[in-house]
Design a protein around this ligand. Sequence first.
Ligand code: GLN
Length: 199
Amino acid sequence: MKIGVLALQGDVREHVGALTSGGASATAIRRPSELDEVDALVIPGGESTTMSKLAIEFGMLDPVRKRIAGGMPVYGSCAGMIMLADRVLDGRPDQQTFGGIDMTVRRNAFGRQVDSFEGEVGLTPFEEPFHAVFIRAPWVESVGQDVEALGRVTDGAAAGRIVAVRQGNLLATAFHPELTGDLRVHRYFVEMARAAVDG
Ligand code: GLN
């Protein structure tokens, strides 16, 4: 199984590293022909408005949407979460997403002044809490009935906010596990993708 990391913009290298350490074969991709070669996709953190623009420029918007509709496993972190959202609040008017997860996310939800913030998140697939790093992160404002909330902030002003979700083969986190060396989310995604690809 080959996992692509969408390399239009963002922390691509960190995701390739985390996936590789998690036992997967991962490679940076940015063109439709390269997308055809992979079984699953990771959308990194970065800036969703820029990613949206580059996705259109590189002709990736429709090809990724089609693969998502076809059941390709995708994991998005932070800006990647925004790219997987069906609806975005506080986005730019011309901002596009791939969509796929029936959720509304709010960009820069933790406050524009708060550049980054760290906190514990309880994630249902894991026993131990996850030390999460949020950088100008979105949160999930609301979800449709087919979306499973996998994690919420446990303390502080944002306590209770949903920051990790899954809908079928799509997984998204508002935080950046690729930056902390905790491989549990990437391992979880690799397992999820293997199960989907192997049928
Ligand atoms: N605020 C960014 C956006 O809207 C996301 C930040 C991130 O990915 N660290 O895309």
